[in-house]
Design a protein around this ligand. Structure first.
Ligand code: CDP
Ligand code: CDP
Length: 207
């Protein structure tokens, strides 16, 4: 079984993907990490993020060990990721790795922006996880404050809107709902309720 999870920043994709992978005993790939690692490497090397040739070269030589880079989870890496993710050269270099991962036994949960539309269009289950920008910004703000970071909600909201616009507006594999994806709006759902709703979607597909 392959479960494709897509949606905008901070919708709860990663949390859900981890729990589904654990529940169904599947492998899990956070595909955002690939783009984050490429953005981070380019920034570290002083390369121009807007240069598709340079970005493509980094993407083609990406090593799984690069995914262990110290600071990939933060806001800065997310911003760097969405800038390199616009290049078709970057996206095409990552396709084979993601598809191979998905096909490996016993199956996988992949989360990202284009899993149901471009990477695994034949996935048995596709879930488009979303929530209002305000709810997503509130979650990110709370998450960062819990880690002791002093962040401003309005600033986080602006960053989320900017990233949504870039991810949805790019021409190469933009963020969009696959026609056969089930929409899971988590605006009013806590993590447990979102997980239960996702299980119901998976079970309905399997029945
Ligand atoms: O992977 P993605 O950026 O879509 O989101 P996430 O990292 O799974 O979730 C972002 C934050 O929202 C985390 O702090 C989650 O604990 C929280 N969250 C939540 O409060 N309620 C949900 N239904 C899902 C996630
Ligand atoms: O957790 P969050 O949703 O904030 O970010 P992420 O899933 O780690 O993705 C970071 C950025 O990588 C996104 O804003 C996209 O620009 C890009 N990305 C993508 O283009 N395609 C994917 N399959 C995954 C991420």
């Amino acid at each position: 079984m392959i479960i494709a999870i897509d949606g905008p920043a901070a919708a709860g994709k990663g949390t859900l993907a981890l729990r589904l992978a654990d529940h169904y005993r599947l492998n899990h790939l956070d595909t955002g990490l690939l783009y984050r690692a490429i953005g981070r490497i380019m920034a570290d090397r002083g390369l121009d993020l807007d240069d598709p040739v340079a970005a493509g070269a980094v993407a083609r030589t990406l090593d799984p060990a690069d995914l262990g880079h110290a600071d990939l989870r933060g806001r800065e890496a997310g911003e760097l990721a969405s800038r390199v993710a616009v290049h078709p050269e970057v996206r095409s270099a990552l396709v084979a790795f993601q598809r191979d991962f998905a096909r490996r036994a016993p199956g996988a949960v992949l989360d990202g922006r284009d899993i149901g539309t471009a990477i695994c269009p034949d996935a048995e289950v596709k879930i488009f996880v979303t929530a209002s920008p305000e709810v997503r910004a509130r979650r990110r703000t709370d998450e960062l404050r819990a880690k002791g970071r002093n962040v401003d909600y309005e600033r986080i909201l602006a960053e989320i809107r900017e990233r949504d616009a870039r991810d949805s507006g790019r021409s190469s594999a933009p963020l969009k709902q696959a026609p056969d994806a089930a929409v899971l709006d988590t605006s009013a759902l806590d993590i447990d309720s979102a997980f239960e709703a996702a299980i119901a979607i998976v079970e309905a597909k399997r029945a």
